[in-house]
Design a protein around this ligand. Structure first.
Ligand code: ATP
Ligand code: MG
Length: 191
C-alpha cells in the first residue's frame, strides 16, 4: 500500500476515516494528535510543552513536530505503508515530510482531502466534547483551531495540488457514501 496523507479541518473525520482505511488495507497509522495526547497523559516533558499549545488551539512548533514525526515514522513496521493523520499542517512540515521520505527512498503516496462545511464541523466537535471530553473541544478553542486551519494549514492544499497528489472528497451527509468514494479511489490506486 502506498502512503496516504489524510487532510482536512478539525472535525472533518481524519481519525474516523483513517481507522476504516487501516481496517481495509492493513497499513500503519500515525495520528500526531494522538501521539501528543499520549505524551500529555504520561506527563512527559514533551507532553507538558504540547499541552500549552493544544489547549490554546495553536500548533506545536514545526521543528519539534517534525522530529516527533520522524521518530514515530521510523518505529512503524516497514513496507506496509503509513497513513499520516494530522501531519503535515504547515508548508514547512510538508517540505520536511517530502525530504524525510526521499532520504529513505519512500514514496509520498497520495493525499486525501476531506471537505466538510463549517456548520457540520462545529456540530461534530461540540458533540465530541460531550462524548470524549477533549480539552480543546470547546467553542472558543474550536474557533481558534478553525482560524489556525484557514491561515496555516489550508494553503497546503495548493502545495499538494502542485505535487500532483491532491484528491478531494466532499461531505454530502453520509459517512458510508464518502467512505465508499474513498475506498473506490484507493482500490483503483492499488491495482
Ligand atoms: P480531528 O482529529 O477531529 O480532525 P484536529 O485536527 O483538531 O481534529 P488533532 O489532529 O488531534 O485534532 O490535533 C489536536 C491538536 O494537536 C492540534 O490542534 C495541535 O495543537 C496539535 N497538533 C497535532 N498535529 C499537529 C501538527 N502536525 N503540527 C502542529 N500541531 C499539531
Ligand atoms: Mg484526529
Amino acid at each position: 500500500m502506498k502512503n496516504i496523507i489524510i487532510f482536512g479541518a478539525p472535525g472533518s473525520g481524519k481519525g474516523t476515516y483513517s481507522d476504516e482505511i487501516v481496517a481495509r488495507y492493513g497499513m500503519g497509522h500515525i495520528s500526531t494528535g494522538d501521539v501528543l495526547r499520549g505524551e500529555i497523559k504520561q506527563g512527559s516533558e514533551l507532553g507538558k510543552i504540547a499541552k500549552g499549545y493544544i489547549d490554546n488551539g495553536q500548533l506545536i512548533p514545526d521543528e519539534l513536530m517534525i522530529s516527533i514525526l520522524a521518530k514515530t515514522y521510523d518505529e512503524m513496521p516497514a513496507g506496509k505503508g503509513v497513513i499520516f493523520d494530522g501531519f503535515p499542517r504547515t508548508i514547512a512540515q510538508a517540505e520536511a515530510l517530502k525530504q524525510m521520505l526521499a532520504e529513505r527512498k519512500h514514496d509520498m503516496g497520495v493525499m486525501i482531502e476531506l471537505i466538510v462545511d463549517e456548520e457540520t464541523l462545529m456540530a461534530r466537535l461540540l458533540n465530541r466534547a460531550i462524548e470524549q471530553g477533549r480539552a480543546d473541544d470547546n467553542e472558543e478553542t474550536i474557533k481558534k483551531r478553525f482560524a489556525v486551519y484557514h491561515s496555516q494549514t489550508e494553503p497546503l492544499a495548493a502545495w499538494f495540488e502542485k505535487e500532483g497528489m491532491r484528491h478531494t472528497f466532499t461531505w454530502g451527509g453520509s459517512k458510508e457514501a464518502m467512505l465508499g468514494e474513498i475506498f473506490a479511489f484507493l482500490d483503483a490506486e492499488n491495482k
